[in-house]
Design a protein. Structure first.
Length: 419
């Protein structure tokens, strides 16, 4: 089994391509099984706003059918995807997983949300039955490394996230942020983070619109927000100075026409909209309207860069930890190569033991003295065990094969002075 990680992320692909390559959470188990059938004996799919990645245990290391499947599944032309696609294998795949979970490969350096997303991705794959010894060990080790990085470095200090970047940008646009009305579309982790940061900035009125009212009620109770359904959203849009959206919808929830009507009702007072979703929740054409400030995840990069400097030293320390942990994991991977040999050796010795043990039993049943039977059993077993190794060593000596002789001495920890 050969470990491979492939995908696209915010560094390699624009949001338009990332949203086309995103996996629907509802059909993710089917996608996992489909991936497993094209050469990935094991498969886990991580699909977030900023990345889509496949972690696989391939039966054939040189098999590119997985890349072709990835393109076919999303109905994307390979020539358009391949320039944005990265492929890591073996050691580099392990290092990539560790870096992603630790937040070193995130749009916001050190953000913690990705770890929870990786845990969810692994849980889905494990439940679907598409993980095995290799990926189970990889992800458990990955989660341990991420925890170690957060414990031993300051990578998580002065918490920043895409949601925090959105709130920071809003603070720049509005003189008195606390006086603005905020409409939050969705009720997931990203929206919850935005609500928390907005509450810290003193926002007095927040409205949460979500498909599932129960989830929105939970969020509203924590942050004192009004709760509405998505169907009610058009009625509230005109009162919203700030709109932050992040849902799992495959189609836009907010179109140009709805925003135009809201602007007219607002007498063209400016609106600030941030679309954190992939695929996008807000039609790109909304950005063409006057009095509208529309930002996507990609637009937040400039804001985020200002928060990076304090984490650079911590990131370098984290890289050192990851390098050490990669070595440890690869040591375990290499140990898998010895498993078939150890199993075969054990089976052979046990078979020889059973043969001689049966002979000894029959001798005892015939009434032969126990001491003689035990002595004969010990000699026979020793001779059987030593026959093949002795023959191989004599042949190695004749051929001048010092490597085999040295390996034997190391394997059995023989004293160099023994004759």
């Amino acid at each position: 089994m050969h470990l491979v990680a492939l995908g696209i992320n915010h560094k390699t692909a624009p949001v338009a391509l990332r949203e086309q390559a995103a996996f629907d959470l509802q059909t993710l188990p089917d996608a996992l099984h489909a991936a497993a059938e094209v050469g990935a004996g094991e498969a886990t799919i991580l699909s977030t706003c900023n990345r889509t990645e496949l972690y696989c245990g391939l039966r054939n290391p040189s098999d590119e059918s997985l890349i072709d499947w990835f393109c076919d599944y999303h109905k994307l032309a390979p020539r358009l995807v391949r320039p944005h696609l990265y492929v890591h294998d073996g050691r580099t795949a392990v290092a990539h997983a560790f870096r992603v979970a630790s937040g070193l490969d995130s749009l916001v350096l050190g953000e913690p949300q990705i770890l929870g997303q990786m845990k969810s991705a692994f849980a889905t794959a494990h439940k679907a039955g598409t993980t095995g010894k290799l990926l189970n060990r990889l992800f458990q080790h990955t989660f341990s490394v991420a925890k170690l990085v957060r414990t031993d470095t300051a990578i998580g200090a002065n918490a920043v996230s895409v949601a925090y970047a959105a709130v920071s940008l809003a603070r720049r646009i509005f003189d008195r942020l606390a006086d603005q009305t905020v409409l939050l579309i969705g009720a997931g982790e990203m929206i919850e983070l935005a609500a928390r940061h907005l509450k810290e900035q003193g926002i007095r009125r927040m409205v949460v619109a979500n498909r599932t009212i129960e989830r929105a009620n939970s969020l509203g109770g924590i942050y004192g927000a009004e709760v509405i359904s998505l169907l009610e959203m058009p009625d509230y849009l005109s009162s919203a100075d700030i709109v932050i959206s992040c849902t799992a919808s495959l189609l836009p929830l907010l179109g140009k026409g709805a925003v135009e009507r809201a602007l007219k009702a607002r007498k063209h007072r400016p609106m600030f909209l941030v679309d954190l979703a992939v695929p996008r929740d807000i039609e790109p054409e909304v950005g063409e309207l006057s009095d509208v400030y529309l930002y996507t995840i990609d637009d937040l990069k400039g804001v985020i860069e200002e928060n990076m400097e304090s984490r650079q030293a911590a990131a370098r320390q984290a890289e050192t930890i990851i390098e050490s942990e990669v070595i440890e994991f690869m040591r375990w991977v290499r140990s898998l190569d010895s498993v078939p040999t150890v199993r075969a050796l054990r089976a052979t010795t046990e078979a020889l033991r059973d043969i001689e043990l049966e002979r000894a039993r029959r001798a005892l049943e015939r009434g032969e003295p126990a001491n003689e039977v035990l002595l004969r059993f010990a000699h026979a077993l020793t001779n059987k065990f030593m026959h093949c190794p002795s023959a191989a060593l004599r042949e190695a000596n004749a051929d001048g094969d010092l490597d085999l002789i040295g390996a034997t001495r190391a394997l059995f920890r023989l004293d160099d002075k023994a004759s």
